[in-house]
Design a protein around this ligand. Structure first.
Ligand SMILES: CCCCCCCCCC(=O)SCCNC(=O)CCNC(=O)[C@H](O)C(C)(C)COP(=O)(O)OP(=O)(O)OC[C@H]1O[C@@H](n2cnc3c(N)ncnc32)[C@H](O)[C@@H]1OP(=O)(O)O
Length: 208
């Protein structure tokens, strides 16, 4: 990864707010489409008609688009946006998405509801999805409010019990720091308590 992928872009924060408000409902609708596609029991003809409709919508969006991924952009107001991010991308229907909340005292948390699209074992969250969400939350924790860039160096997960689909909470905090290494601990929990514990080393890369 090079620093060239973080692009300085002087789009005002108000315009980013406007674009978020425009795209978020579209991503929500596509997310709903994914869930409906998994769970529908309609007849074959309806499935085929829906497929044609979806293909027409895709063609409409492809009329004008970027050549590659959206990347990460930031302006001089310290506003950063990454439309396609796998966990928080506001235009990404694959992202749950996670809304991160910084608590006084350095804890970062997020409440999320995971549905059928995130299933691994029956009724349970896929282990890789749990790791994905925790990795992102921990990376954001290590970056200390976007004051520095950190990348995941080593991530360790302990799956204590299955995580049921439904409402969940993630929490992360910095345990300690040693030079460019930031040690983060985090949990994923349901209403009954912790299901996954994670600890990781996040590195401020030498190029940052
Ligand atoms: C601001 C926005 C916030 C958004 C948050 C998003 C969170 C998303 C999290 C991710 O998914 S990041 C993507 C997944 N991670 C990567 O792709 C990282 C790939 N690896 C690298 O880019 C480099 O290997 C890395 C930046 C991790 C380290 O390269 P450096 O050249 O900067 O490290 P260097 O070799 O100088 O080592 C510095 C220290 O870190 C230690 N270290 C290096 N790599 C490590 C590693 N992988 N695990 C643990 N420790 C590591 C190394 O031993 C050394 O310790 P000491 O100072 O004690 O000697």
């Amino acid at each position: 990864m090079s620093i060239g992928e973080f692009v300085h872009d002087e789009t005002p924060s108000s315009e980013i707010d406007r674009l978020e408000a425009l795209y978020r409902p579209l991503a929500d609708a596509v997310r709903d489409l994914v869930d409906a596609t998994i769970r529908t029991t309609v007849d074959d003809a309806t499935i085929r008609r829906t497929q044609a409709d979806v293909e027409a919508l895709v063609a409409r969006l492809r009329a004008r688009q970027l050549d590659g991924p959206a990347g990460v952009r930031f302006n001089s107001e310290a506003r950063a946006w990454n439309w396609g991010n796998a966990v928080v991308g506001q235009r990404n229907a694959l992202a749950p998405p996670l809304h991160l909340v910084r608590d006084p005292g350095g804890l970062l948390h997020a409440d999320v509801v995971l549905g059928a699209a995130y299933e691994g074992p029956p009724g349970l969250v896929h282990g890789g999805v749990a790791a994905l969400l925790l990795d992102h939350l921990m990376g954001e924790t290590a970056s200390a409010g976007h004051s520095r860039v950190t990348l995941t160096g080593t991530l360790t997960m302990r799956y204590r019990r299955g995580t049921p689909l439904g409402p969940l909470r993630l929490e992360g905090r910095i345990d300690r720091e040693d030079g460019r290494k930031v040690y983060v601990v985090a949990t994923l929990a349901d209403a009954e308590g912790v299901t996954v514990e994670a600890d990781g080393v996040f590195i401020v890369p030498r190029w940052a």
